[in-house]
Each structure stands twice: as C-alpha cells, then as structure tokens.
Design a protein. Structure first.
Length: 133
C-alpha cells in the first residue's frame, strides 16, 4: 500500500545511531479492575530501554483488547522517526521478533533474541518490588 511505501522510505532515510535497545512485553502481576471487564484484567507492559545505561525510553500499558502487534510496530516506528535507527535491538519473545523483523530488515537494524535482557530484567525487579510482589 502507498502509505506503507511512504513510511518505509521515511524510515530508511533516518540516520543510523550507535545505540543498543531492549524491547519486551511482560505481564504486570496483580489484576487491575477496569470498566467494561467483568473480572480484573492482568495488563502487560510494553517497554523499550537503552541497553547500555538502563534508561527507560518508552513504556505503555497494553490492555487485552489492544492489538499488540500494531502497538509494537508503532512503538518502534515512533522511536526511529524521533531519534534515528538503532544499531541493535535485543528481544526475548519470538512473536516480537516476528513482528519487527520486516521493519528491522528495511532499516538494517540487527535483532538479537536472548533470554537475558539486562536492563529490562533489572527494571522488572524494581517495578515488582514497588508494587509489593
């Protein structure tokens, strides 16, 4: 589609930046009561972090009725348009890898799948402690 081609061209033109990111999606323990849901929902947190210094770049709570795939793509596209193309993205989940592969191929961003995401795992530990888990 024409709009996709225009977006691809814009993304390709973005400058490359020497930055390693971590991208993950995980359940936030403990249910949250929300209007429109009979039972408490267990939301997920979509998070993008700087692998090197452990800073959170972007985060968003994902509710069950949201399109996860589209959110992940939008998250990454927004980052690239704002800051440039990172050199590397570390991810843990196979479905995130499948979701971002085409975008990363177009932008020539290396994607590595690994179980240990140092920055995100540290963030998760702190996050859960604050929530009292």
């Amino acid at each position: 589609n024409m709009q996709n081609d225009i977006l691809k061209a814009r993304l390709k033109k973005q400058r490359s930046i020497l930055l390693e990111l971590e991208l993950d999606l995980f359940y936030i323990r403990g249910g949250v009561t929300s209007e429109g849901y009979k039972r408490p929902i267990v939301p997920k947190l979509l998070i993008l972090m700087n692998h090197t210094n452990g800073l959170v770049i972007s985060q968003q709570i994902v509710s069950p009725n949201q399109d996860e795939t589209q959110l992940i793509l939008d998250f990454l596209v927004e980052f690239i348009l704002k800051y440039g193309k990172p050199s590397k993205i570390n991810i843990r989940l196979p479905h995130i890898q499948r979701t971002i592969m085409e975008l990363c191929r177009v932008c020539r961003i290396k994607v590595f799948r690994q179980n240990d995401l140092r920055a995100i795992d540290e963030f998760k530990k702190e996050f859960m402690l604050r929530l009292g888990f």
